[in-house]
Ligand binder design. Structure first.
Ligand code: SAM
Ligand code: SF4
Length: 298
């Protein structure tokens, strides 16, 4: 961590002990106030671009415990982190994860954190939405790449679209706001993305379209067949919708436009066609702890 990030104080240097809070800054001088933490590598789906169907997950002993994850979060908070995103794998399948969420959510309620958000596949939301809202979560990113139930099964292998849609409804009913994440997949959902933008607008969701990235162990399959430049997606959408560049920045890697016809924001994450590193100041922590790096979609 020392090689990559350094801790500085905003206070003039003298010989008296450093007071907290110190501020974490990266080597480009950007204050790190947003951390994205993977709380597990496990998942109840097997999306074709993310995992192989037969996965070997890390031994449980290698994962940070919930207490250790909380300790890491608190250490980051003491160095200026104001926003935390929990992700995975699927964060909501980790046993007792609600306890960590409650403890961090208490810091949102007390004003020590601005925001606690979760990126989820939505499979557990019918059960957990009320608890999440109660704990202090206000926003979720939910990943859906298609509104066609059969295609959803093909993409996620193990997912059930109706269950996810019911979960999203439960989340809305609980007062959570939702942003939709969709990975653009050539020949799979590219003909549907316009309808998804329209649907997201009707539901009151912002949406982000993500270019498929060469990450994760997907077994023997190749991503070449899946790859669709998001620049192409954008040009196609621009034939149906009026897209106006937006100054909105989420601290993540997305670039946003406003969609006049839906009144919602639409983000594009383009890791391959347009490197986004200069606009991203996030730190990511993997579920085993030590690997710490910037960037990503979740
Ligand atoms: N399981 C949760 C979910 O699916 O939202 C959180 C973890 S998932 C790794 C976070 C986001 O990364 C999801 O929106 C998913 O679609 C996206 N993602 C996963 N693998 C990807 C890949 N190879 N290229 C681009 N996006 C990917
Ligand atoms: Fe699971 Fe999310 Fe990866 Fe899909 S994208 S396999 S839901 S971790």
């Amino acid at each position: 961590m020392d090689d990559f990030l350094k801790v500085t104080s905003t206070r003039a240097r003298d010989l008296t002990p450093e007071p907290v809070p110190s501020q974490l800054v990266d080597p480009f001088g950007r204050a790190v106030d947003y951390i994205r933490i993977s709380v597990t590598d496990r998942c109840d789906f097997r999306c074709v671009y993310c995992m192989a169907e037969e996965m070997t997950f890390l031994p449980k002993k290698d994962l940070l415990t919930l207490e250790e994850l909380e300790q890491v979060c608190r250490t980051f908070m003491s160095m200026g982190t104001r926003r935390i995103r929990l992700t995975g794998g699927e964060p909501l399948v980790r046993r007792n994860i609600i306890q960590l969420i409650r403890n961090l959510g208490a810091e949102v309620k007390s004003g020590q954190l601005d925001e606690l958000t979760i990126t989820t596949n939505g499979s557990q939301l019918t059960k957990m939405a009320d608890d999440l809202a109660e704990a202090g979560v206000r926003r979720l990113n939910v990943s859906i790449d298609t509104l066609d139930a059969d295609k959803f099964k093909l993409i996620t292998r193990w997912g059930d679209l109706d269950k996810v849609l019911d979960g999203m409804k439960a989340a809305c009913d609980a007062g959570l706001s939702i942003k939709l994440n969709a990975v653009a997949l050539k020949g799979v959902n590219d003909d549907e993305l316009g309808d998804m933008v329209a649907w997201a607008g009707e539901q009151g969701y912002d949406m982000t379209i993500i270019e498929v990235m060469p990450m994760g162990d997907i077994g023997n399959e190749t991503r070449v067949d899946q790859y669709l430049p998001v620049s192409v997606v954008r040009s196609r959408l621009a034939k149906r919708f009026t897209l106006t560049d937006s100054d909105y920045a989420s601290a993540g890697p997305a670039r946003y436009v406003n969609v006049t016809e839906t009144g919602r924001r639409l983000g594009f994450i383009t890791p391959l066609t347009h490197n986004f590193c200069e606009s991203c100041n996030r730190v990511r922590l993997t579920c085993t702890g030590p690997a710490l790096y910037v960037s990503g979609t979740g």
